[in-house]
Design a protein around this ligand. Sequence first.
Ligand code: NAP
Ligand code: FE
Length: 364
Amino acid sequence: MQYLPTKIIFGKGVVESGFDLFKQYGKKALIVTGRNSSKKNGSLEDIIKALDKNKITYSVFDEVESNPSVETVQRGGGLAIKEKADFIIGVGGGSPLDAAKVIALLTKNKANDENFFQTEWKEDPLPMIAVPTTAGTGSEVTPYAILTNPGIESKSSIVSEKIFPAVAFLDASYTQTLLREITLNTALDALSHSVEGFLSTRASDFTNLTALESIRILGEIFPFFLESKDIPFQMREKLLYASLLGGMVIAQTGTTALHAMGYSLTYFKNIDHGRANGLLMAEYLDFLKSRKVNQVDLALKTFGVATIQEFKAFFEHLLGVKEKITEKESLYYAKITLKTRNMNFTLKTMGEKELSEIYLNSLK
Ligand code: NAP
Ligand code: FE
């Protein structure tokens, strides 16, 4: 089964031209965003103009940090209730988008900090509109919200069909202010989604078609990151499109061991989400290839490299100086990874030894 209930509107100026759409969600909005970037890249201004045109009043919650915490979304949820919001608008990278999804849930469902990740989200959340300003997470079309979870020393996903955004406005203009580093890291996340979705126990013909198209586009763009030129708008649009496709893929397949491993690098070493996946990707693919997963070759060929060695060499170049990890850390992270549901979607059985080796070979 495939399910994707989000209205997707893609192109330059879509928030302005599609302003009419906002009014069907109510008279009062809560805008959920990060601390700075949406004020600088034009996205917040465009949203406010669209709301003004519809005579929709709004409040702004601009406190979402990267890898958001339960405390932050609880605060946002409290504000949404206090302000009597009819709908939520998430604008920014994956972090504000995910926070907005949970804030929408919290307006209708009670959750304690202590058992937050065990909460049953029975009631429908407020409708949520997503405006991504990074090109990587695909959160605008997924039923997931990922929060930091100190209880398991990692990150946990809230998974519910109820949190698919109602509308996603995708305008690559907003991504033009992204520094090269965040552009690359988020592109690595998009690639990771499409590669993992392609190599998932839940892959289907539909997701494979989507995943391969996303990998192909990213394969065309990635060599550009080796040059230190500005990234032109057309390339930004392609990145946003490839990221959207990656989101459509994982909305159906979920992610696999690779993402779960990456969460430990973010939790313990503060490595950006996309970079964490990128650092581990080549060794993860090499592992699957060594276990005779033939689809790895098609993924590599579609990306534009002939062999896993070529992929590894390209990634060495792309990632620059890598973070380091000890054997003890790798075993600890492996134990945490093994407890995640992502392991069920991974094509080959992996134990502590295999996971630890991938960590160590990637970060030596
Ligand atoms: P992010 O944490 O949302 O943002 C990273 C940084 O980029 C922030 O400093 C942000 O600044 C800045 N930024 C955002 N847009 C910008 C722009 N247009 N120009 C300049 N700077 C900009 O990063 P992300 O990689 O997009 O999201 C990562 C999160 O998404 C992780 O928590 C990850 O687990 C989650 N994720 C979710 C899904 C899903 O399906 N739900 C999938 C993959 C990943 P400000 O703080 O000032 O805005
Ligand atoms: Fe991701």
